[in-house]
Design a binder for this molecule. Structure first.
Ligand code: C2O
Ligand code: CU
Ligand code: CU
Length: 494
């Protein structure tokens, strides 16, 4: 059996806790354990100041505690707070700088997942922030309106740091999106929905995992949280609601749907808005992926967002669970209809493909190799396009593929065209067992200056164990042979 999460959600839980806990008792309050009685927490928008023309954000990574179960404070990490992080919001074309102070008890990094940044500012494994140090990346925002996110990426530690709570959203706005009739009132009709794991682990002494261990569920099993809460609710005051969905889990593939099976409109993937809305009634998301959806409500109704887990064994959705309840008010502000056409996107064309590369994923290796900080795996020319053919050789294990610094288009899945909502710009894609996904990758216009970008499986347990590689972007007249290049950080430290 894949997992025993359902156990945690039933009344049996209290009884189990009593048995396990003996007389010193962990008291489970139903309210803290979910049950749709707490209003959804919406991460604050990060404050910024203008230093000349540079919008500057100050982030402090810190350790703290959070009570998920009454009277049981669990160690959590967060940014400018005990848990999770404020939402960064910037506009295409502006210059930004982010001062990241590390007050955690460990070194870490902070990676801007989905942001098109110079490799040196990327916050990957080559930009560690030592304890008590401040790292101040800066760049000019240059990409379409989109929903991105940020999280630690220290080699081997991403999983732990993300699970402890260092996860935030990073929204880019632009002039095109602003003109469309879309819900965009943050926290009211435009909500960040961060779906992720609870930080609770046996090491923290939490009874939930202790019970999980006793009953044989996988180690470190945890609850599915939304914005840090288990089963919260949200009051809806408008006829349309925009949800910016992020799968920030360590290794769960979620199949999202509403409990009444209603349709919704998918309007954007990782790289930004679609040409037009795509109507679906379910949506599969692997770790790291984002989609924006718009849902319509009738006055007075209550509906829940469900998530099923994609089972490793047969790939079928299983273990369905409601994660978030929507309660529509008796009168809703009418937001009108979604636009039929949103943006004009360049058609996918293979006319300028410079070359093709193959990536075989198996176990925790890519092309038979595990990540090595000193090894450059691929070298590409600035301003070119390539097709990357990514194959999952495993017969049961799910993987996905994320590329830093770029957006890509999914050309095909096992030779067939991708689903309509997978056709546009993305940066992370699910690779099911024994499946080949072909990507059209467009590289940055400028060289990465010897700083590598990562490509990896975003199941962080795989990534942390080595399922990651590095590519350099070089000038068009430079060699594509990795042995002719050196990684800048290595040049500096040696
Ligand atoms: Cu979410 Cu390498 O990143
Ligand atoms: Cu990334
Ligand atoms: Cu994987």
């Amino acid at each position: 059996m894949k997992n025993k999460r359902a156990l945690f959600l039933t009344g049996t839980l209290v009884t189990l806790a009593l048995i396990v806990g003996g007389s010193q008792l962990w008291v489970f309050s139903q309210s803290r354990l979910g049950g749709f009685v707490e209003p959804l927490n919406v991460p604050e928008l990060a404050e910024s100041t203008l230093e000349g023309s540079v919008r500057t954000f100050d982030l402090t990574l810190q350790a703290g505690t959070t009570e998920f179960v009454s009277d049981v404070p669990i160690e959590t990490w967060g940014i400018n707070g005990d848990y999770l992080a404020p939402t960064l919001r910037v506009t295409d074309g502006e210059q930004i700088k982010i001062n990241v102070a590390n007050s955690l008890p460990e070194d870490t990094t902070l990676h801007w997942h989905g942001l098109h940044v110079p490799a040196e500012m990327d916050g990957g494994p080559h930009q560690p922030i030592e304890m008590n140090a401040i790292w101040s990346p800066h760049w000019t925002v240059s990409q379409a309106a989109s929903t991105n996110w940020y999280h630690p990426h220290l080699h081997g530690r991403s999983e732990a740091h993300v699970k402890l709570g260092v996860v935030g959203m990073f929204i880019v706005d632009d002039a095109v999106e602003l003109k469309l009739n879309l819900p965009r009132n943050y926290g009211v009709d435009d909500l960040p929905i961060i779906v992720h794991d609870s930080p609770i682990g046996l090491s923290s002494g939490n009874p939930l995992d202790f019970i999980g261990e006793l009953f044989g569920s996988r180690q470190g099993d945890s609850l599915t949280l939304v914005n840090g809460q288990h089963e919260p609710y949200v009051e809806v005051s408008t006829s349309l609601l925009r949800l910016r969905l992020l799968n920030a889990s360590i290794g769960d593939v979620f199949d999202f749907s509403f409990d009444d099976g209603r349709d919704f409109s998918i309007i954007a993937s990782e790289g930004g808005l679609f040409d037009k809305p795509v109507v679906e009634n379910s949506l599969l998301m692997s770790p790291g992926e984002r989609y924006e959806i718009v849902v319509a409500f009738e006055p007075g109704e209550t509906v829940r967002l469900n998530r099923s887990l994609l089972d490793d064994d047969n790939g079928a959705p299983a273990d369905s669970e409601s994660t978030l309840e929507f309660r529509a008010g008796s009168a809703l502000q009418n937001l009108g209809a979604l636009p039929d056409v949103m943006v004009t996107l360049p058609e996918t064309s293979l006319d300028n493909v410079a070359r093709t590369r193959a990536f075989d994923m198996s176990g925790v290796e890519i092309n038979g190799l595990m990540m090595h900080m000193d090894r450059i795996d691929q070298v590409v020319h600035a301003g070119t396009q390539e097709t990357w053919s990514v194959r999952n050789l495993d017969s049961r294990e799910l993987h996905n593929f994320h590329v830093h610094g770029v957006s890509f288009r999914v050309l095909s899945v096992d030779g067939a065209p991708p689903a309509v909502h997978q056709r546009w710009d993305k940066d992370t894609v699910l690779i099911p067992p024994e499946t080949t996904v072909e990507l059209l990758v467009t590289f940055p216009e400028v060289s990465s200056g010897g700083w590598p970008f990562m490509f990896h499986c975003h199941f962080l347990r795989h990534e942390g164990r080595g399922m990651m590689g590095q590519y350099l972007v070089v000038e068009p007249d430079e060699s594509l042979d990795p042995s002719n290049h050196m990684i800048s950080s290595m040049a500096h430290t040696h």
